[in-house]
Design a protein around this ligand. Structure first.
Ligand code: DQA
Length: 142
């Protein structure tokens, strides 16, 4: 199956960005780690990262009919991007929301996710393991 993993603003800085919150690994380290997990075997997994909301919307739209599922960490856009929510809702591709940190135990503004109810699940606070849990959930769901 084909999966798309989308990461939003500032996740390109993983490894140097607040490592006490987000860990010491880069996005590339997480990608290599996920590729090496048995659950990834035989699947085609594409990663995309952008700091720009419109690029993320374009990527979600172009995933329609091309991918079996999407894993998305919209980063800060989680909390206010109605355009990302609408794109996920429009394409109907099963989508899981992932956050490295536990957004429910941080600042109040992070407790709000405007995409949560258009996703089939939200996984938060498991670090890189969250991406694997999301993949397992999608494989089970599909
Ligand atoms: C994040 C949580 C967001 O609140 C934050 O803006 C991020 C990363 C996470 O993975 O924990 O950039 O999505």
């Amino acid at each position: 199956m084909k999966f798309l993993i989308i990461n939003g603003p500032n996740l390109n800085l993983l490894g140097i960005r607040e490592p006490d919150i987000y860990g010491a690994e880069t996005l590339e380290d997480i990608k290599i780690w996920l590729d090496a997990q048995p659950e990834s075997n035989g699947h085609d997994i594409t990663w995309f990262q952008s700091n720009h909301e419109g690029d993320l919307v374009d990527q979600i739209q172009s995933a329609r009919n091309l991918f079996d599922g999407i894993i998305i960490n919209p980063a800060a856009l989680t909390h206010y991007s109605i355009s990302i929510r609408d794109a996920i809702s429009a394409i109907k591709t099963p989508t899981i929301e992932v956050h490295l940190s536990d957004i429910n135990s941080r600042e109040n503004f992070r407790k709000i996710s405007v995409i949560q109810d258009v996703c089939i699940d939200q996984i938060s606070g498991l670090g890189k393991q969250g991406y694997l849990e999301a993949l397992k959930t999608l494989l089970h769901y599909i």
